[in-house]
Write a protein that binds this ligand. Structure first.
Ligand SMILES: NC(=O)c1ccc[n+]([C@@H]2O[C@H](COP(=O)([O-])OP(=O)(O)OC[C@H]3O[C@@H](n4cnc5c(N)ncnc54)[C@H](O)[C@@H]3O)[C@@H](O)[C@H]2O)c1
Length: 235
């Protein structure tokens, strides 16, 4: 299958390499031309075990390509993964301006059916806002689905995690989008959890906050242990 990815940061590049390894043809786009130029030379803007060798190998096989042209990216595939940053604003809310800019570009340039897949971490319900943006700016004939396919990779073993996930979450509201994503992951052996889009968006936050809670719990136990050692030593 053909896959378009917007955002050549950590998640976009790892996702691109991963899909290329699965045998798909992948085009990754970023508005940072310098980053794209370096990626074309096989230079990765972060450290991740095996990523540079993997990029060179997949580019050589012509399964992985890079561009800074959004129109080329939109024309390339039905499946378009959003992997742009969604940093926190001073008030704690997520900055979704990059996501909005992508939705507007798709509304403007798409000439045929597209399935826009959220991989970026976004607040639950963001898909409704993307759908509204698409409706507002697109030609009335544009057919477009939105889906959520959150990422759970760990930095340091991201490529390994992508190729051997413990589960894949696919949130869609149409059969067409669900079937496209199930086909994309057909050869990956793991449980595939299908849900509506909002549930998939929420699963990502439930998973992130559960991880944060486990780390806080381990830190509190460590503090308690250290306190009890120092009390014993002071006796
Ligand atoms: N890093 C992780 O471990 C991780 C894991 C799971 C999910 N996420 C989520 O995935 C998303 C991406 O994270 P990341 O770490 O890859 O971010 P990143 O900042 O490394 O990369 C984002 C990329 O998007 C590009 N970009 C921004 N706006 C763009 C636009 N309008 N058009 C084209 N390109 C644009 C930027 O130039 C940058 O290269 C975030 O929502 C993050 O929360 C991250």
């Amino acid at each position: 299958m053909k896959v378009s990815i917007i955002g050549a940061g950590y998640v976009g590049v790892i996702t691109g390499i991963g899909f290329a390894y699965m045998g798909h043809e992948v085009l990754v786009m970023d508005h940072d031309e310098n980053k794209i130029c370096n990626l074309k030379k096989g230079q990765v803007p972060f450290f991740e075990n095996g990523a540079e060798d993997a990029i060179r190998e997949q580019c050589f096989e012509n399964r992985l390509n890079f561009t800074s042209n959004i129109k080329e990216l939109i024309d390339y595939a039905e499946l378009i993964f959003i992997c742009v940053g969604t940093p926190s604003m001073p008030d704690g809310s997520a900055d979704l301006s990059a996501v909005e800019s992508i939705a507007r570009s798709i509304a403007e340039y798409a000439m045929s059916y597209k399935c826009l897949v959220e991989k970026s971490t976004v607040p639950a319900g963001t898909f409704k806002w993307i759908q509204r943006t698409l409706r507002l700016y697109s030609k009335s004939s544009l057919e477009c689905d939105v889906a959520s396919n959150p990422e759970f990779l760990k930095e340091g073993s991201a490529l390994e995690d992508f190729l051997n996930p413990d589960r894949i979450v696919i949130g869609t509201n149409t059969d067409r989008a669900r079937d496209l994503l199930l086909e994309l992951y057909r050869n990956v052996e793991c449980p595939k959890i299908t849900s509506d889009i909002e549930t998939a968006e929420l699963i990502k936050h439930a998973s992130n906050s559960f991880l944060a809670m486990k780390i806080s719990y381990a830190n509190m136990i460590a503090d308690l242990c250290e306190l009890s050692i120092s009390v014993r030593q002071s006796r």
